[in-house]
Design a protein around this ligand. Structure first.
Ligand code: DGL
Length: 282
């Protein structure tokens, strides 16, 4: 006898960032959980968050998260260090029943990885100015020398979708200079946009400097939570083929700005050849 067909729509995992940066987290999520339907929103109409006030970042993050929730996201991954720093508490307060996974600069792994006790953090101005970041540094970096390098303008250039411009190279050089001068041997990419230009940052810093990012660690944490959730829900997280046709689960890409760069980078930088992105107003 055939097993009864489960006609409920598959649960969706919501993901958002101020723009294209969260694609780096999305890529890690897709690699770990290919059977999970993903709904991604780039708040590109309001990027960069990193130059905005805490209130603005919180308000936008709540709006975008509400959109994902209303569309049926079973949990949300905040694929943005800046939004995590300024909005994750407000999100958890507002939706106590809705799991929220954030991303924060991996100060602890960077401290563990340094050999000369000097680390650099590249992040947005708003992340570095946040209380969460201050607490992270106080908790984990008391015994190392840490240089926090804000990188205004970098997200704006990456948002254009062309990762090869000389202008982008010049800005990367400018922000890497103080880190080189400080003799750091480990640099942490504390913004999800930066891994998209990781090769250029590596070239600017030199091969002797190790670059760290924590997108995969966040995806691992999200996967653990997702599996416990969907098991509780009675949805067969471990048996995707019962719920979906073979292959990758659906991927929805939306942008509150121009969807062009999001679609372009999903195709070119991530290799998702048939990715489609659309505009939404949130
Ligand atoms: N990707 C965001 C982050 O991780 C960039 C924030 C911005 O828009 O400035 O912080």
């Amino acid at each position: 006898m055939e097993a009864p067909v489960d006609s409920r729509p598959p649960p969706t995992l919501g993901v958002f960032d101020s723009g294209v940066g969260g694609l780096t987290v999305l890529q890690a999520l897709r690699a770990r959980m290919p059977e999970v339907a993903l709904h991604y929103v780039a708040d590109a109409g309001h990027a960069p968050y990193g130059d905005r006030s805490s209130d603005y970042i919180r308000e936008r993050s709540l709006r975008v998260a509400e959109h994902l929730r209303a569309a049926g996201a079973r949990m949300v991954v905040v694929a943005c260090n800046t939004a995590t720093a300024h909005a994750v508490n407000a999100m958890r307060e507002r939706w106590a029943d809705w799991p929220v996974v954030g991303i924060e600069p991996g100060v602890k792994p960077a401290v563990a990885a340094t050999r000369n006790g000097r680390i650099g953090v590249m992040a947005t101005t708003a992340t570095i100015a946040s209380r969460r970041y201050e607490a992270l540094v106080a908790a984990h970096a008391a015994d190392v020398s840490l240089v926090s390098q804000p990188c205004p303008g970098l997200v704006t250039l990456i948002e254009r979708g062309d990762l090869d411009t000389p202008e982008l190279g010049d800005l990367i050089d400018r922000y890497c200079e103080p880190l080189k001068a400080a003799g750091v041997d480990t640099v942490l990419l504390g913004c999800t946009h930066y891994p998209l230009v990781q090769n250029r940052i590596q070239a600017a810093l030199g091969e002797g400097v190790q670059l760290l990012n924590i997108e995969d660690a966040v995806a691992r944490q999200a996967q653990r939570l997702w599996e416990s959730l969907t098991t509780t829900d009675g949805v067969a997280a471990q048996a995707p083929t019962q719920r979906h046709t073979k292959g990758l689960a659906p991927l929805v890409l939306q942008s509150t700005g121009d969807p062009g760069p999001l679609q372009h980078l999903a195709r070119v930088a991530l290799g998702w050849q048939d990715a489609q992105a659309t505009h939404i107003d949130v």
